[in-house]
Design a protein around this ligand. Structure first.
Ligand code: CO
Length: 171
């Protein structure tokens, strides 16, 4: 079911999410709700706290490169539970946006290559070794689990400008 997205500066976005210990029906329902919400809002990633659930759960569905098929496929959705970064290497700058900060995009510098250990919806452990777009998406969504949003990475000047414009937008 499509859920409401928690919008910045809602304080819930600052919550450090807790580890998932039960890989049950409730978790699976959360994953379904996250997927429905992400697709509805045309996002490429979502953390559970963005629909108000403080659990270490995130999903990512990047559009396939060189694909004419605009339709997003559910099977391509990466479901990541309790992620832990094992390695972060090199640096890469890419434009980011966030469903919790709709309409705002900015170049952000992050690690270009990452290795992440995580669990799937059944609790089975996996390792993902990836770079560029997926590496950046993993870092962006993982930040949400730590109570952080990407605008915290802006320079002081850019952040001030953003806050001013954001307040105007929601007046
Ligand atoms: Co985000």
């Amino acid at each position: 079911m499509i859920q409401d997205i928690v919008i910045y500066p809602d304080k819930r976005l600052k919550i450090v999410s807790s580890e998932v210990t039960e890989f049950n029906e409730e978790l699976h329902q959360l994953l379904e709700d996250m997927y429905d919400t992400m697709v509805n809002k045309k996002g490429v990633g979502l953390a559970a706290i963005q629909i108000g659930v403080p659990k270490r759960v995130l999903i990512i569905n990047l559009p396939e490169e060189a694909s004419n098929d605009e339709e997003i496929k559910k099977d391509d959705t990466l479901e990541i539970i309790n992620p832990v970064f094992i390695e972060k290497n090199y640096s890469w700058k890419n434009q980011e946006g966030c469903l919790s900060i709709p309409g705002f995009y900015e170049d952000i510098e992050r690690a270009k290559h990452v290795i992440v250990e995580y669990q799937d919806r059944h609790g089975k452990k996996h390792t993902i070794d990836t770079d560029e777009f997926l590496a950046v998406a993993l870092q962006h969504e993982h930040d949400h689990l730590e109570g952080k949003v990407f605008i915290e990475k802006l320079s002081i000047l850019k952040r001030k400008k953003f806050e001013k414009e954001w307040k105007k937008k929601f007046k």
